[in-house]
Design a protein around this ligand. Sequence first.
Ligand code: SF4
Ligand code: SF4
Length: 139
Amino acid sequence: MSETVTKKMMLYFPKCEVETPIIYYLVKDHDLMVNVFRAKVTPEEEGYLVLDVTGTEEDIKKGMDFVKTFGVTINYTNKGVIRKENRCTHCGVCITFCPTKALQITNMATREVVYNSDDCIECLACTRVCPFNACVSTF
Ligand code: SF4
Ligand code: SF4
């Protein structure tokens, strides 16, 4: 039996496909497990999904080939949150709101607020509280 892997990705749906139950077909027809972290439909009625897909490499590839037939763009690397270092004043406001310690002070001497994207679950809390727009949603 082939080994299963989990891949994180962001799907962008054009306006005409937002209603299509693509996730349902990924699970039913492609043997994939899908864990949706975040979903959003923009005012322009385009859709974004951030999700984990678990299955064999082959099934994931087939599933994503299927998704692409709907004109969906797949981004395997983009994060739903980015930190604009040049805007950060290291005020520390975001730290207490970050549930995973993706934002934290690691050096008490400099008190610099460090962002670790690997620990970020894209809850968007920091984007709401940062007074300087240093944490920004890409959605
Ligand atoms: S709240 Fe914004 S400016 Fe303050 S430390 Fe966090 S990211 Fe930097
Ligand atoms: S999006 Fe959430 S998890 Fe990620 S850095 Fe901001 S507060 Fe932390």
